[in-house]
Design a protein around this ligand. Structure first.
Ligand code: FES
Length: 84
C-alpha cells in the first residue's frame, strides 16, 4: 500500500495492494483519462511532484520518469505527490 497526495484535487488517496493507483483515483472521484490500463499507451500519464515511484510502464522515457508516472501500472513507495 502507498499514499498519493493529489495536489489539484486537494485529496489524499490510499492505494491498497490489490488496486492500482488509477483505480484508487477514479474511486476517489478524481478524473484521469486512460485507455490501455497496461502501461503502454501513455493516456493516463500524470505529473509527479514528489516521492519515489516504481515505474512499471513501457511508455515513459527514462528521463521523463522523475516528473511523470503512469497510474495504471506504476506504484509509489510510502507517500508520493501527483498533480491531479
Ligand atoms: Fe495506457 Fe496507463 S492507460 S499507459
Amino acid at each position: 500500500p502507498f499514499t498519493a497526495k493529489c495536489r489539484a484535487a486537494g485529496k489524499t488517496v490510499e492505494v491498497g495492494s490489490e488496486e492500482t493507483l488509477l483505480q484508487a483515483l477514479l474511486d476517489a472521484g478524481i478524473s484521469v483519462d486512460y485507455s490501455c490500463e497496461g502501461g503502454v499507451c501513455g493516456t493516463c500519464v500524470v505529473p509527479l511532484i514528489a516521492g519515489e515511484v516504481i515505474h512499471q510502464d513501457e511508455f515513459l522515457l527514462e528521463d521523463e520518469r522523475a516528473e511523470r508516472m503512469t497510474p495504471c501500472v506504476s506504484r509509489g513507495i510510502g507517500e508520493i505527490e501527483i498533480d491531479v
